[in-house]
Design a protein. Structure first.
Length: 357
């Protein structure tokens, strides 16, 4: 959402008001610093071990107070978090127009991803403008009965953010040198596999299966694995149990956004259950193995930039080994065109809002 905030600031006639819920405090703050965004409202709702219903209730109350104080013309929400779902309901209750950024993603299965599929459907039901990242997501919304005039195809703002940070890494020699030093333990002679795995539907066995696959891959000796481990204990505990002390595996705290883009740019292969990374990686020419049974981003699969590997140990090992051992298979995925945008999505969203106000 950061590129959208920056684009709105530059658009005559629009004044963005930034409200954060801090659903994930540590992950939020470093992005705000990187993009020099100071929230107008910070609800600071993160609590240890919070469950979804109390969180949603707190977001509803908090957003409602912000709406009452600011009386906005529009509320913009992005993606499929609990924050997005609850903020959309709060806006609907106050009869405030809703713009849904990254709209129209669907798996058709409310259990995968859970609860994200339900969250984005709720936002989609209530939204007045649907900023679809691709033609495919636009078609999903059209099938659901959304009028075509309310679905501008913008590309995905995550590509805007990625390209902004990549440019900074290329131009800021001090920052680049600091990152090279920080990750000096990595062996340039070994292929780097970057891993993220945290989704709730994988907590019941899936994370453990993924970790077993990583342990098997690490034994090859020709690759090294960096796994930024999500702080959720359902992820942290099985990862530590299976992988702590394993040669060629580095378990690190979640890095800030600039650090993560550095690792993405440096790696050979990405294993992830993250939706955003499925979109980002093709812009950097990095093949992606999706650690899920279903994805709401079929465009990456169709383009050949990603493959579904699931959460079964043997399948993950097989797919990763295929890319590590077969240069032809690797090159085919690495050269696939990114279907998610050109880095100008935020500007298109700002123009659409300027026309709609």
């Amino acid at each position: 959402m950061a590129p959208v905030v920056l684009a709105l600031r530059k658009t005559p006639g629009l004044r963005p008001i930034v409200c954060v819920t801090a659903q994930h405090r540590g992950m939020l703050d470093q992005v705000l610093r990187l993009f020099k965004i100071k929230p107008d409202f910070d609800l600071n709702l993160m609590k240890p071990g919070q469950s979804l219903s109390p969180l949603a209730a707190d977001i509803l109350r908090g957003i409602d107070r912000v709406i009452e104080k600011t009386r906005p013309d529009w509320i913009l929400v992005q993606g499929d978090t609990t924050t997005v779902m609850a903020a959309s309901i709060a806006a609907f209750h106050r009869k405030i127009k809703i713009g849904h950024v990254e709209a129209g993603l669907r798996t058709g299965d409310l259990s995968a991803p859970w609860p994200e599929e339900a969250n984005r459907r709720v936002a989609g039901l209530l939204a007045d403008l649907h900023f679809a990242p691709t033609a495919t997501t636009r078609k999903n919304l059209l099938r659901e009965g959304v009028p075509a005039a309310r679905i501008p195809v913008t590309g995905n703002t995550v590509i805007d953010a990625l390209l902004l940070v990549k440019k900074k890494l290329g131009s800021d020699r001090v920052l680049r040198a600091a990152l090279d030093r920080e990750y000096g333990y990595l062996d340039a002679a070994k292929s780097l596999i970057l891993v993220t795995a945290h989704r709730r539907e994988s907590h019941d066995g899936g994370i453990a299966n993924i970790c077993r696959a990583l342990k098997t891959l690490a034994k090859r000796g020709d690759c090294q694995i960096v796994y930024p481990v999500h702080p959720n204990p359902h992820v942290r505990k099985p990862a530590a149990k299976a992988l702590k002390g394993v040669s060629n595996v580095f378990l690190i705290p979640p890095p800030d956004y600039a650090h993560f883009i550095y690792l993405m740019d440096r790696c050979a292969l990405i294993l992830t259950d993250s939706g955003g990374i499925q979109e980002e990686a093709p812009s950097l020419g990095k093949p992606v193995l999706v650690l899920r049974e279903k994805t709401e981003r079929p465009e990456a699969l169709a383009a050949g930039a990603a493959r579904l590997a699931g959460t079964q140990t043997a399948a993950i090992v097989k797919e990763a080994a295929r890319l590590l051992d077969r240069p032809d298979a690797y090159a085919k995925m690495a050269k696939a065109k990114n279907p998610y945008g050109d880095g100008k999505a935020a500007a298109r969203i700002a123009r659409a809002l300027a026309r709609a106000k």
